[in-house]
Design a protein around this ligand. Sequence first.
Ligand code: UDP
Length: 236
Amino acid sequence: MEKQPLYEGKAKQIFAADNPGEYIVYFKDDATAFNGLKKGTIADKGVLNNKISSFFFKLLGEKGIPHHFIRMISDREMLVKELKILQVEVVVRNIAAGSLAKRIGWEEGTKLPSTVLELYYKNDELGDPLINEYHIEAMGLATKEQVKTMSEYALQINSILSTYLKDKKLELIDFKLEFGVHNGEVILGDEISPDTCRFWDTETGQKMDKDRFRRDLGNVEEAYQEVLQRLTGEVL
Ligand code: UDP
């Protein structure tokens, strides 16, 4: 009998691992956008996102950011620490794009004079609404201390990744992080990939992320491939 996932999301499945306290994350090729209204698949996305996320987790670990990644166990699977995911999505933005550009009426591509950090309630039924630390406290989603820790890590991650990516001729426009609790500590979970970040080529401005799927720009798989190649030199 096929192993049943403990949890299945839009792009990933989570399985129990042999060791208690560990999970296996399986990356699928399925892609969704606009809160599940648009559905499709991107060839090899699971493999690419597993490899790209693994690369970023390793890089962040070396820079002192605690995370759930243990190791890759196959092209589409990574072994991770079991986490109790906090139902808060942390978004960091350097350049106005997507929902922020719409909300504040700034043209997409406008550089933000200072970094913007946003918190969203991770709830598909409600379409992940924007919330603040007062909502989080009142709703019991996380403690004040946990929000502070997540925010500090998120800003550190922004500076580590922005610097790293600039060297690879990629501009980090914005990204989303999820954190969880492991042994009482808040650590980084989920994934960091072109599904969860916006990357623009620094020279051409070309979008190298999931916006190619969201907006039907074509060459979606090629863009994900290019991100992996710029990061690790690997070609699938
Ligand atoms: N994002 C994500 N999951 C979500 C919502 C956003 O990974 O459920 C990422 C998205 O890829 C982008 C950043 O968070 O890098 C900011 O997204 P935005 O709020 O602009 O929303 P979108 O335009 O994607 O609806």
